[in-house]
Design a protein around this ligand. Structure first.
Ligand SMILES: *Cc1c(COP(=O)(O)O)cnc(C)c1O
Length: 409
């Protein structure tokens, strides 16, 4: 690994000036794309000596190539981790963590506002294997503390929450996990290693595991599915790596190449998404049809102070990605909100985020939460992912669709 070098440069600079060594005689900084199922050994002794767990050599395409090792190292630099596993999707990263760490009789705790498929994994897969779950209130650390019991093995964290964008007190939640000796795993797709450092909340500690959907900002193109699992503990990594190996999880070299090509521009893209999203969120806040805007950088948004404290730590400008939601005033029906979404022209109806195209999804929130949400206004929730289009064009698109379907005039 390269992160042990005393390098004080910004992680973005480090991942661009990565100590990748091109083949002799070919001095290009762009890494090559290596494809293999089979790796040839010099002799039987070399074959027996090579261990798939280690990174000093190669055993088989599924267990690593120069291309996957390069992406793993760069993602470690970005997030401040030491070990990385690549998996075929963000959801596969969440599933691999659960399957690697949980056994029959164990319990997993997941925030009530977590990425929906992570909750479905617990309800529909883990439950069948005798692993129970509880949803905790991410805005109330004492609720997490009260739910941790003898059988609790794993606590998921997500910042901010899916769709409703509440920013939790990550240092407080992680401290509770540490006190109880329970592994904390963060879905860091939103932060992407840029908004805050998942392994160092300022006091030199953070979460045990950071999982990311590379599908979103690291890819940036809306054309790759991939996930990562990053750790700072060799034993924890090897435990997950064993499960990763036995499940046969691999990633395609061309997909890895796409992410490697996108990574150097991640900070610029992230900032551009952020600036545009904040501008549109503020504009929407002034529109009469909008009862509430859920964006951690807005002062009235749930968890704003926690976002400011974590993402604005050490005087840095707090960043906030390109995602936010609105609650449409309850005087409008869900059908009117659907018509508003259908009337948008630049915003396309689609899941995911982090790509160049702006996306919109209306949600039926009550079916997604286990408890009342007193911090949210009544009405229909619409989530926006802001792409890289000119912000005045996006605002004009929102204005025309609001005038058509969410206006009293
Ligand atoms: C998209 C997403 C995932 C899953 O990623 P896929 O690559 O689409 O499977 C997980 N968590 C969050 C927060 C996401 O936004």
């Amino acid at each position: 690994m390269t992160d042990s070098s005393p390098d004080s440069r910004d992680p973005i600079t480090q991942l661009i000036h990565h100590p990748y060594q091109p083949p002799a005689g070919f001095q290009a900084p762009q890494p090559g794309v290596h494809k293999a199922s089979t790796v040839i050994f010099a002799d039987t002794a070399a074959m027996r000596k090579r261990d798939w767990r280690g990174r000093s050599g190669y055993t088989y395409g599924l267990h690593g190539t120069p291309t996957t090792f390069t992406l793993e190292e760069r993602l470690c630099q970005l997030e401040g981790g030491l070990q990385c596993l690549l998996v075929p999707s963000g959801l596969a990263a969440l599933a691999t963590v659960a399957l690697g760490l949980l056994s029959q009789g164990d319990e997993i705790l997941i925030p009530d506002n977590a990425y929906g498929p992570n909750k479905a994994l617990a309800e529909d897969e883990l439950a069948r294997w005798g692993i129970s779950h509880q949803w905790y209130d991410p805005l109330d650390p004492s609720d997490l503390a009260a739910r941790i019991g003898k059988r609790t093995r794993l606590v998921w964290l997500e910042a901010p929450g899916s769709v409703t964008m509440e920013f939790p007190d990550l240092p407080a939640l992680t401290a509770i996990c540490r006190e109880h000796g329970v592994i904390s795993a963060l879905d860091n797709t939103w932060g992407a290693g840029l908004a805050f450092k998942p392994f160092d909340f300022g006091q030199g500690w953070g979460v045990d595991i950071s999982a990311q959907a590379l599908t979103k900002y690291p890819s940036g193109g809306g054309d790759v599915l991939m996930g990562s699992i990053i750790t700072r503990d060799e034993a924890l990594h090897l435990r997950l790596k064993g499960t990763h190996m036995r499940l046969g999880l691999g990633v395609g070299a061309n997909d890895v190449e796409s992410v490697l090509r996108s990574l150097p521009s991640i900070a610029l893209r992230y900032q551009a998404h952020d600036v545009a999203a904040r501008s549109l969120a503020q504009w929407l806040q002034a529109q009469p049809a909008v009862a509430q805007v859920l964006h951690p950088a807005l002062a009235q948004s749930p968890g704003h102070a926690q976002w400011q404290a974590l993402c604005g730590a050490q005087g840095q400008v707090a960043q906030a990605a390109g995602l936010f939601s609105i609650v449409v005033h309850e005087r409008y029906s869900a059908a009117q909100v659907d018509a508003f979404c259908d009337a948008l022209r630049l915003f396309k109806l689609g899941y995911s985020w982090g790509g160049p195209i702006s996306l919109v999804v209306p949600y039926h929130l009550p079916s997604m939460r286990s408890r009342p949400q007193p911090h949210l206004h009544a009405g229909t929730v619409v989530r926006f992912s802001i792409g890289l289009e000119a912000v005045q064009d996006l605002q004009a698109d929102l204005a025309q669709a609001l005038a058509l379907h969410l206006s009293d005039r």
